[in-house]
Ligand binder design. Structure first.
Ligand SMILES: Nc1ncnc2c1ncn2[C@@H]1O[C@H](COP(=O)(O)OP(=O)(O)OP(=O)(O)O)[C@@H](O)[C@H]1O
Ligand SMILES: [Mg+2]
Length: 310
């Protein structure tokens, strides 16, 4: 069949045989085809993004595991070092008293010069706090590794009773670095019952919302994370004092690939995936925003939405 596509002012195209196909029908067919292709592409890209997250999770879990082993002996050595340093400084103090009392003046002079040159007084003073600070640092690394392991929990990608406040604390610990130069983080976490959810996916939701909030702030601002409990639901609210979103744009933010960020900074999938995760949990997500003042996202999750995989 030969079809001549004519412009819309001419309703039908000419054919050499049979009924001429209607121009409008052809257009409808073409639109349907385009929609199907686009939907397929979107699905592929979302799957790709989820695969990417799973790969990152796997990598993070591997790195966390590798860091865990050397951290074990660093922590234990620092514990012994602290004890040794305390013993040594105590011993030096006693020696100094003895030197002062019993050493002949000439030798005392030599020891005094050496003491000055090696800065012994300062070392004795400083060494304790150096070890303490190193222990604090090592404890922080240990905590980050724990958070990373929890964040990347790829082996338990299923619905189970979860402590959402714990998820939020761990997630904020992970993204803290991204936030610290632009925003002060205010956590107002209320009492929550355990919630049946896929905690790894909820981590992903909180990460997406926190990163968006941080990226909306020029200069410095505040990001407030609140949680509370209402009847059979828990609520998570993430509010920023960033740029806000205009009413025309707010309608489109959950669309796949919709982004206002420069190429390379945003793919426009963060909120699409977020929406999808919340929908699969039978929850809802709403947004309130005012240009120039900031944006608030509110997520509602049912406490008990069954034990099926999400
Ligand atoms: N807290 C916010 N403040 C201001 N605008 C926001 C906020 N959150 C989302 N947006 C707007 O919604 C758009 C879509 O967000 P989404 O997270 O889906 O994609 P993205 O952040 O642009 O890219 P990415 O895929 O890296 O997340 C953003 O480009 C931005 O214009
Ligand atoms: Mg985003």
């Amino acid at each position: 069949m030969e079809v001549a596509l004519v412009n819309s002012s001419e309703k039908c195209g000419a054919t050499s045989a049979g009924e001429p196909p209607c121009w409008e029908q052809l257009q409808e067919l073409r639109d349907l085809f385009q929609e199907e292709v686009l939907r397929g592409l979107e699905k592929d890209r979302i799957l790709l993004q989820q695969d990417k997250m799973a790969c990152i999770g796997q990598l993070a879990a591997g790195v966390a595991h590798e860091i865990n082993n050397p951290m074990g002996f660093i922590m234990s050595n620092l514990g012994s070092l602290k004890e040794y340093v305390e013993n040594l400084t105590q011993y030096i103090q006693v020696l100094e008293v003895m030197l002062d009392r019993f050493c002949p003046p000439e030798q005392k002079g030599h020891v005094g010069v050496l003491r000055e040159r090696l800065d012994i007084a300062f070392i004795c003073d400083d060494v304790g706090s150096l070890v303490r600070e190193s222990q604090d640092g090592a404890n922080r690394v240990k905590q980050i590794v724990l958070d990373l392991k929890d964040f990347a929990r790829i082996d338990e990608n299923m619905v189970r009773e979860s402590d959402l406040n714990q998820c939020i604390r761990r997630t904020t610990n992970i993204v803290k670095n991204e936030l610290k130069y632009v925003a002060q983080l205010d956590l107002q976490l209320g009492d929550l019952p355990p919630v049946y959810c896929n905690s790894q996916q909820i981590n992903q939701v909180v990460t997406n919302l926190l990163v968006n909030a941080a990226q909306s702030i020029t200069g410095t601002g505040t990001i407030t994370v609140k949680t509370w409990h209402e009847q059979s639901e828990v609520l998570i609210q993430i509010a920023d004092t960033g740029s806000g979103i205009s009413p025309e744009i707010v309608k489109r933010i959950f669309e796949p690939f919709f982004t206002t960020k420069p190429v390379g900074k945003g793919t426009g999938l963060g909120l699409t995936i977020t929406y999808d995760i919340i929908r699969k949990h039978n929850g809802s997500i709403t947004v309130e925003s005012e240009l120039g003042r900031g944006t608030t996202f509110t997520v509602r999750l049912p406490i008990n939405q069954g034990e099926e995989d999400v």
